[in-house]
Ligand binder design. Structure first.
Ligand SMILES: Cc1cc2nc3c(=O)[nH]c(=O)nc-3n(C[C@H](O)[C@H](O)[C@H](O)COP(=O)(O)OP(=O)(O)OC[C@H]3O[C@@H](n4cnc5c(N)ncnc54)[C@H](O)[C@@H]3O)c2cc1C
Length: 478
């Protein structure tokens, strides 16, 4: 392992705003830092209160329909009650998962997209399991009450009950989505296949809704319950329309285009974005956009990229590693190509440190958001930047990083060399980190890089005394 350290007093940098990037084509006089995003209005307690209210009303209606006495009564009544309860929970779970994945701004500003997607995953897995329990229990109860076999009862329901074929299709779709998210299968299929499969969840909810209203005894006998569930479905649809359609409309309205493409390091380039609409956008360093260039072969896919420099009216910059199918082509788009930007998203911003001193750790192209956060740091935060790359040629924006640490009274530490070298002397061990980060306990850490690097750094920082609440992550994998 090789460690290069650059202290603030060792670097020469010209100009007062060291490291500031101007997009090619921008005029110096016009360049102004974009406003920062507004603070989240929704509080965690508001979100919790809504969740408790929705769950309480749903369970209250079920209890009112005699659900609990059926549950403890034994026999086929118990199986039926399990079927009802799991069906209601699955319906709530599906609506919750849809709201989370629609990433409404009031939730995204508070929790950040990665936390919303983590919660979505939890809701999604629970929904699939509950759907299976519901289907098995409801069929078993039908079989017990009619004296048929399990398969006979299933056939009977499909043949004689309205919306049951749709409900079966809904179950099959939910299970397929669940299986496609299983790590092994997900790794074996392309991201796009996985994503488009996921979109069919909307269809699954729609197909399942019919049998809920016509067959569920909770609804057929009670108009309040029927209106309650219809209201929940309409509210979910409204959130989805407002969040998704609104976001697409905004990105279409913004007149943005690729102003330049530049090479930064081996296999890494930058996409520079400009346009008159930039002036009205609010963006912080460390946030990311879903980027969709309107170019042949690329317009139908969108990818998330973090801004890699402080966002200004002079342009946005995304630093992109050539990885799979699309990223190499993204770096070949012609200047002048229109681009749709959805966002900004994320709460991986310097505000999290609330003015405290910071340590910024990047692995590979994780340098993109770290570089932008560094630019947002105040000199009193004495940023220590640790960058792990295989060799020096892999490090993009090195000159900018040196200029920025110099102007912010910080330090840049570049760790190079193959992974095996680290086994002998681990720089992310608690002692290793404490040796290079003065006052480690009081600092905030921002980490972005491969999962293995992230977990090694988190472990080392915690053991060296940094509170978990001071550690902030941006994950590039979904
Ligand atoms: C919040 C966030 C910020 C990111 N910022 C940067 C950045 O600044 N610079 C950079 O080089 N990379 C960044 N990435 C990673 C980048 O989005 C992927 O490397 C890129 O999408 C790969 O596309 P591909 O077609 O070339 O590769 P593929 O081979 O198609 O995909 C490789 C992997 O990338 C991920 N991926 C692919 N498409 C998407 C998508 N539409 N949405 C989410 N993940 C996807 C999947 O995990 C997939 O397995 C970021 C990712 C996230 C989630």
């Amino acid at each position: 392992m090789s460690m290069t350290r650059v202290h603030a007093d060792q670097v020469f940098t010209g100009g007062a705003r060291a490291g500031q990037v101007r997009t090619p084509g921008a005029t110096r006089s016009a360049v102004v830092r974009l406003a920062r995003p507004k603070q989240a209005r929704a509080k965690g307690s508001d979100v919790l209160a809504v969740c408790i209210f929705v769950t309480a009303v749903t369970i209250g209606l079920w209890l009112q329909h005699g659900g609990f006495s059926a549950l403890i009564g034994g026999g086929s009544g118990t199986v039926r009650a399990i079927g009802q309860l799991s069906g209601l929970a699955a319906a709530l779970g599906a609506l919750g998962a849809i709201i989370l994945t629609a990433r409404p701004v009031f939730l995204e500003r508070r929790y950040g997209l990665d936390q919303l997607l983590a919660a979505h995953r939890w809701f999604g897995i629970s929904t699939v399991l509950l759907v299976v329990v519901h289907a098995v229990a409801a069929t078993a109860a039908w079989a017990a009450m009619s004296g048929m076999t399990f398969v006979g009862a299933l056939g009977d329901m499909l043949a004689n009950e309205s919306w049951m074929v749709a409900a079966l299709a809904s179950t099959v779709i939910f299970v397929t989505i669940g299986l496609s998210s299983w790590r092994r299968i997900k790794n074996a299929i392309s991201y796009e296949t996985w994503y488009f499969l996921h979109l069919t969840a909307y269809l699954a909810v729609l197909l399942g809704f019919g049998h809920q209203l016509t067959l569920g005894s909770d609804f057929t006998r009670d108009r309040v319950a029927m209106w309650w569930w219809t209201g929940l479905a309409v509210a979910t649809l409204a959130v989805v329309m407002w969040s998704r359609v609104g976001v697409v409309a905004t990105s279409l309205r913004r007149r943005l285009y690729v102003s330049a493409v530049s090479r930064e390091a081996q296999g890494v380039g930058s996409l520079h974005i400009n346009g008159p609409s930039l002036r009205r956008m609010r963006v912080a360093g460390g946030q990311f956009f879903i980027v969709r260039p309107l170019a042949k072969g690329l317009w139908w896919q969108a990818h998330p990229f973090s801004v890699s420099a402080a966002p200004t009216t002079g342009g946005l910059r995304f630093t992109i590693k050539e990885l799979g199918d699309d990223t190499p082509n993204l770096l070949k788009v012609k200047p002048g190509t229109r681009v749709l930007l959805e966002g900004p998203y994320g709460v991986f911003t310097v505000e999290k440190a609330a003015g405290s001193r910071v340590v910024l750790v990047a692995g590979g192209v994780g340098i993109a958001p770290i570089r932008a956060i560094l630019e947002d740091c105040h000199p009193s935060q004495r940023p220590i930047v640790i960058v792990r790359v295989r060799n020096e040629r892999d490090l993009p924006h090195r000159t900018e990083l040196e200029g920025l640490v110099k102007s912010r009274d910080g330090e840049l530490i570049v760790l190079t060399g193959p992974r095996e070298w680290f086994a002998a002397r681990d720089p992310f061990s608690p002692d290793g980190l404490a040796a290079i980060i003065p006052g480690i306990e009081g600092r905030h850490a921002f980490i972005c890089g491969p999962a293995s690097l992230e977990s090694a750094v988190i472990k080392g920082l915690r053991k060296a005394g940094m509170p978990t609440s001071n550690i902030h992550l941006e994950r590039f994998g979904v």
